[in-house]
Design a protein around this ligand. Sequence first.
Ligand SMILES: Cc1ncc(COP(=O)(O)O)c(C=O)c1O
Length: 428
Amino acid sequence: MQDPLVQIESNVRGYARLFPAVFNKAVGSIITDTEGNDFVDFLCGAGSLNYGHNNQHANAALLRYIQANGIQHSLDTVTTAKVEFLEAFERIILKPRALDYRVQFTGPTGTNAVEAAIKLARKQTQRSHIVAFTNAYHGHSLGALALTGNQFFHSQFYGSHNNVTHLPFDGYMDDYDTSLLLEKMLNDSSSGLPKPAAVILETIQGEGGVNVASDTWLRRIASLCKEHEIHLIVDDIQVGNGRSGKFFSFEHAGITPDIVCVSKSIGSGMPMSIVLIRPEIDAWKPGEHTGTFRGNNLAFVSARAVLEYWNDPSFEQQIEDRSQIVQQKLQAICLNHIDQSLSFRGRGMIWGLDMRCGDLASQTIQNAFKEGLLIEGAGASDQVLKVLPALTIETSVLQEGLRILESAVDAAIASRHYISSKTPTTAK
Ligand SMILES: Cc1ncc(COP(=O)(O)O)c(C=O)c1O
């Protein structure tokens, strides 16, 4: 289909090019275009739709709220929607996990939370340096961009690289434990690394290619931060909200970050970002970090509704059951193409199928789209297919999406064989 917005929307549009369709309806994990084509959604709004499109509980609460003329915009005044969200967040999420955090509402998107987190760490410690990691993705406003690894998003003219050092993430140097490098650099006054205000990390790098940090590595980083009085910021924007199988991704490692960034699925599709702050380091003066759209009341309402999933003791098991289905299929795909050395990795409901080649991944994405599946690439050259189904996806829909994925991979590899069999290997 011809992109109808080609004349009016900025050249910057991206997903519109990847998926040439006009979408107009979505329920759960099925999204439908204007021509009546259904697509299984493994894109999941890049992690914003963990509870599916138009989640019935969120929608019912929103409809009730709007019909009752509930407050929509309120800056950061107190509204019943905010009170009810915060009360439920504390009762359902924080207390059962013995977590003591204050909640800061920032502007509505993930990068706003990251900006607030690094500003707070800098202000509170009175240090300006931040350590981030290779392949990190923290957003595109200039502070967050400075932490983001991929050079594709950078330009020397943005001037945003100040006061950030990137060190190797877990697994970046094969079996070498990269926490040893951080340890050595922190302990060596001649390493060139200024004592940082914070270390920021994703426990599973989503955009960076589904790189899963081991629990041991995370614990080592957390204990180094503690030892050196450096704040540990976990960016749980993509892999929080249950994506890893637990509400917070750092629960697996048993660590307690000083600051946590949460966004994407927290509002069940409504824009919302929060920063969780250890109370002792909540050094903000009233109104010192502000913004017009903090505290979107519609997001409070939908967020409150979907928190109920976490009241169900079997919810984590349901995620795990779906996770097993994904793993089995990815394993089968890799075994079927053993000559291609494909591999897969992930946790919970975030999985990466590493195609080792951006072109092959891109061909697979196009094939999948034609067959009725939305999926995107991740990693330095978009070589990893990011399998991100909703946590609540029906198993039959999950299986159908995985079937399409398998078929799309098969076709992409078959066409590559065809092309290479037609291409002379040496120039005569
Ligand atoms: C880990 C992480 N941090 C930050 C962001 C930025 O969030 P947003 O695009 O909502 O600004 C993203 C977005 O993908 C992300 O995955």
